[in-house]
Design a protein around this ligand. Structure first.
Ligand SMILES: [Zn+2]
Length: 672
């Protein structure tokens, strides 16, 4: 389905890492602030729920009037432009609500924004059943290849929206789409608004940096009450020596969403499969993959089998090493020692530290959040020929949020705006993601806007968190540097199994000495990352990849199986599939109840993370070890990033690499 009012949330899969630092960062960023104008419309702020509701209603009636006008338009050569302008209007009137649901500091506003978003979803599901628009689009004669591609994807979107179905089925398709929108919202809200806290004595938290828990509330018995957000959950899992404490935290995390979300997920899967049935397709997986790079569930399954075959031995030997580390840690003979799920992160970290003497926590003093952001911007500036300028007085939804205008370096022209929301707070989306608020069409002066949302420790980042920042920034770059003819094809409006590639391209730059050297340019007072610390981190970087890749493969295979038709019981399927892995499964776990990706935009699409990685790693070879190469960077900007979805991904990559992409770099990386 073409997703418009509900914009695809492009979340990083690798969770943000530990959230604290042993001592406060000594240096602070001294990033110069150049004030400039925000590119594009200001972010809409509402004083209260009433104002928001009014704006929502006005937006809907403006869009309805614009739709009427579009319906009357002849299907001439300018029809596509008019259609694209109309989609731009819908986006401008609706996309901020989608972001507000996840970031607005006031719950009342988040709630009202949810109601508003549902109304927009209803508008969009009707839109793609509009016979007049479909008839017009079918008659338009494309002027060139760009028009032809846009027309084809537009017609596909209408067909997938149900416009060509017989009347009875069409009505059912709309009902299903509207119910799905509501269910997806419900699923996300249950996880986001959860206030679950787990109690620990201070002794149980031995090993966890005090700054993770020192400020946390206490219960009447003086126990520390910890939430399940990533900056808290991860350090407990990695560093708490007390296995029972880890188990308690782990069980709480994997019960998130609860039976309520399992029920919602079951309904979602049933509805999506029913939807595919309206098109005489056997499953949602078949429906969704047929328009993607992968083309069919069978090809996805084959790919996932190949990934599993490539990592099985490595996963097994890594797990055995962790099991021996556990025996040694407990001072018992290895026979009979079993690894539990809540042991994985702890012993991985322990082996990593003892073998490579590296501690991710040790990076925080060297990677202050704002300087880290400035370094990522510097990297993009120097390789892709753009400039980020801070907009000091732009309206933002919270004081922590920064706004920037991105300009083309050569022409000085504004390309777009970027909002960055760095720190955690109650009720905020607690992973890392980019919201593409506005697609650009530079030919008619329309600029892009994106919001990058992460949850970092104010004291500084670990190197892995810096990597997360780079990944998300890759999505923002995709939105901001897009230069397509039509905004409906701009930036991240690409096939789902390609959308992660531009962000995965920037991953691993955190481990690049040349990139870290940029800190001296943006923050002269920052202490440079010591060479030996970085060398150790680089050596340890690939440790644990067997276990991690096998896990990604399991998530992808589970998602695919869940949406392959047939009887649906998300939990039973998960227990069966996880149960078949070397570590088995755990009674009482409700993991699918909080697996947000598969409830919404990445359904039958979680494999995209691995699939995109094939493309990303191959594209990275073009830089041949020099991640700052401005020639390659500019070529990448123009032939891949700038093209958005106006050409098929394989073509863009062929133009950039001078050949078809292949899997060599991907499988070589799995062996590193
Ligand atoms: Zn991503």
């Amino acid at each position: 389905m073409y997703c418009l009012a509900s914009l695809a949330v492009l979340a990083v899969t690798t969770s943000a890492r530990a959230a604290d630092v042993a001592k406060p960062a000594r240096s602070t960023a001294t990033v110069p602030i150049k004030t400039t104008q925000l590119a594009g419309p200001a972010f809409p702020l509402y004083a209260n729920e009433g104002e928001l509701t009014t704006a929502c209603e006005q937006g809907l009636s403006v869009a309805a009037a614009a739709l009427k006008q579009l319906e009357r338009r002849p299907a001439d050569t300018s029809w596509l432009v008019a259609y694209d302008r109309f989609l731009g209007l819908v986006e401008d009137r609706s996309s901020a609500f989608d972001l507000m649901i996840s970031v607005h500091p006031r719950k009342q506003i988040r709630d009202v924004a949810q109601d508003c978003q549902l109304r927009w979803q209803g508008f969009v599901s009707s839109l793609f059943q509009n016979e007049k628009l479909f008839a017009a689009a079918s008659k338009v004669r494309p002027r060139d290849a760009t028009d032809r591609h846009y027309l084809r994807t537009t017609l596909d979107a209408f067909v997938d929206g149900g416009v060509a179905l017989p009347a009875g089925k069409r009505g059912r398709a709309k009902q299903i789409n509207d119910e799905l929108a509501e269910l997806e919202q419900k699923f996300d809200a249950t996880v986001r608004e959860s206030t679950t806290k787990v109690g620990f004595t201070e002794a149980e938290l031995a090993g966890v940096p005090p700054a993770v828990w020192k400020e946390a509330p206490r219960d009447v018995e003086g126990r520390v009450l910890l939430g399940l957000d990533m900056p808290t959950f991860v350090p407990v899992m990695e560093l708490a020596g007390d296995a029972a404490a880890r188990e308690r935290m782990w069980r709480a995390k994997y019960a998130e969403g609860g039976q309520a979300n399992l029920d919602v997920l079951t309904r979602i899967v049933v509805l999506r499969n029913e939807y595919a049935g309206l098109f005489d397709l056997p499953s949602h997986a078949a429906f969704a993959t047929r328009r993607r790079m992968a083309e069919s569930p069978a090809r996805v399954a084959l790919f996932l089998d190949q990934v599993q075959a490539a990592v099985t031995e490595r996963e097994k030997s890594e797990l055995e090493e962790l099991r021996l580390a556990k025996a040694q840690h407990l001072g018992v003979a290895p026979q009979g020692v079993r690894l539990a799920r809540w042991d994985l992160a702890f012993y991985t970290e322990r082996v990593r530290q003892s073998r490579y003497s590296v501690d991710q926590e040790a990076f925080r003093p060297y990677l202050p959040p704002e300087a880290s952001l400035a370094v990522v911007m510097k990297l993009v500036e120097s390789t892709m020929g753009v400039r980020y300028e801070r907009v000091a007085d732009a309206p933002v939804w919270h004081d922590d949020v920064r706004a920037y205008t991105v300009r083309d370096l050569a022409s000085g022209k504004a390309l777009g705006a970027l909002y960055v929301d760095l720190y955690p707070r109650e009720g905020k989306y607690n992973h890392a993601a980019v919201w593409p608020i506005r697609g650009s069409a530079p030919g008619r002066g329309r600029v892009s806007q994106a919001a990058l949302v992460v949850n970092f420790n104010r004291q500084g980042l670990t190197l892995d968190e810096f990597d997360t920042l780079l990944h998300e920034f890759g999505h923002a770059v995709h939105v901001n540097l897009s230069a397509t003819r039509y905004s409906g094809q701009s930036g991240t409006n690409v096939l789902l199994d390609f959308v992660e590639a531009p962000s995965q391209m920037l991953e691993d730059r955190a481990y690049d000495r040349k990139v870290l050297a940029l800190f001296s340019q943006v923050c002269p007072n920052c202490k440079p990352v010591p060479d030996d610390l970085l060398a150790k981190a680089v050596a340890a970087h690939h440790y644990g990849k067997g276990v991690a890749s096998a896990r990604q493969r399991l998530y992808a295979a589970y998602d695919l199986a869940l949406y392959s038709g047939g009887v649906v019981d998300p939990l039973a399927l998960w227990l069966r599939m996880e149960g078949a892995t070397p570590l088995g499964t755990v009674e009482g776990t409700l993991f699918p109840a909080s697996f947000g990706h598969i409830a919404s935009g990445y359904s039958a699409g979680y494999y995209a993370y691995l699939w995109s990685q094939v493309v990303a790693l191959d594209m990275r070879t073009a830089f041949a070890g020099n991640s700052l190469d401005p020639q390659v960077g500019r070529r990448y900007r123009h032939s891949v990033i700038g093209q958005g979805g106006q050409r098929p991904p394989a073509e863009l990559v062929r133009e950039f690499l001078g050949r078809d992409f292949d899997t060599r770099a991907f499988y070589a990386d799995l062996k590193k």
